[in-house]
Design a binder for this molecule. Sequence first.
Ligand code: ADP
Ligand code: MG
Length: 412
Amino acid sequence: MEVRRPRRVMILVNPHSGRGQALQLFTAHIEGMLTEAAVPYSLIITEHQNHARELVRKADLSQWDALVIMSGDGLLFEVINGLMEREDWQEAIQTPLGILPGGSGNALAASVHHYSQSPPAWNEELLLSCGFMLCKGLVGSLDLVSIHLSSQQRLFSFLSLAWGFVADVDIESEKYRHVGAIRFLMGTLVRLYSLKVYQGKLAYLAVKETPKPQKGTITASHPPSTPQHPSLCSSLPCQLIPTSPNQNHHRNHSTTNSNPITSVITTKGTETQGDAKTKTLVDSLLPGLDQPVPESWTVVKEEDFVLVLAIYQSHLAEDLWTAPGAMADDGFIHLFYVTAGISRPALLRLFLAMEKGSHLACGCPHLVYKKVKALRLEPISPQGVISVDGEMVEYGPVQAQIHPGLARLIYG
Ligand code: ADP
Ligand code: MG
């Protein structure tokens, strides 16, 4: 077991996220906890959009044991993309990342809290839970998804790719950010009233389900669902660790700094290409966006949708348990789509059921769920919104593939 004292944690705070109280929340709830647990940190307050992205792109990462985000999901999206834009991305993306919910869209925080098998928590209670996980410092793997946009840019995503209803709510509800997480409910009700149908083509590469093991046979164990490598603060005396409180979804996102998709020759099973210093991460499952999808893919016959949502964490928001079986490092994209023809009450029922993760049991014939490794979406509707991790990206054809366990996350 790796036991070492922490060097230092960089904590990035977006003072405008959520209700604009991230800094106050940090001071009120987290500062003392970190001091008590003797976790040294430096607080950096972001000054503008993409500040964090630029900062981590240039940072001397040998100075930092972890990069922690106190904001919504949007700031972590910046940090992950900043790390992946570095020449030494392979090493940089191994820097443990942490999340403290300070935004209005705190999906990853809600997900990691859920993975810790604690009962649901919201607001300050969720913040305390994530603060406690940060002090414990267990580090596990985090899947990332690489996303190709029609402009040849590539982004990295840890949470979701959405089009239609969910993406519209994500972006339209930005104006209600001051009310906090409830903005998604308000946005959902408004969008429900003016329900739209979105035309497009969807295709995916399904995960081959392995047959259930027969009784008495020995099978390989599943990938770890709890972090295996304690690496931060693991030498802290127990009495210094605060008690867990649980023991008893923006703005137009600029893609100017994104990774260009480099054309690479790939051999089967090769994930990177190039010499040690300038290796490129290869998306071996994805043909060019101008090429047809491979024959092994499934092309969805419907072309009229209410929503398409690819999610790779359990929660889409604090109170939306969207992908009940999802884990941080399960290696799956959980693909949901809802076809046109669903009534408003039926769609509302789905979202209400999602709070308890029971939407798949609603028997709704319009809802389809697949575990996939890659997907492509080609909108036909001339205008619309596509969101990645709750941030608006360029509208047009888009494709994605999973990279299991590419990043590391503090949770557990
Ligand atoms: P929320 O959950 O409230 O949407 P996010 O963390 O998603 O919070 O941040 C919202 C947006 O603010 C993101 O696009 C992020 O890049 C951007 N951002 C980060 N720091 C700042 C800042 N200092 N001023 C303005 N926008 C910022
Ligand atoms: Mg956000």
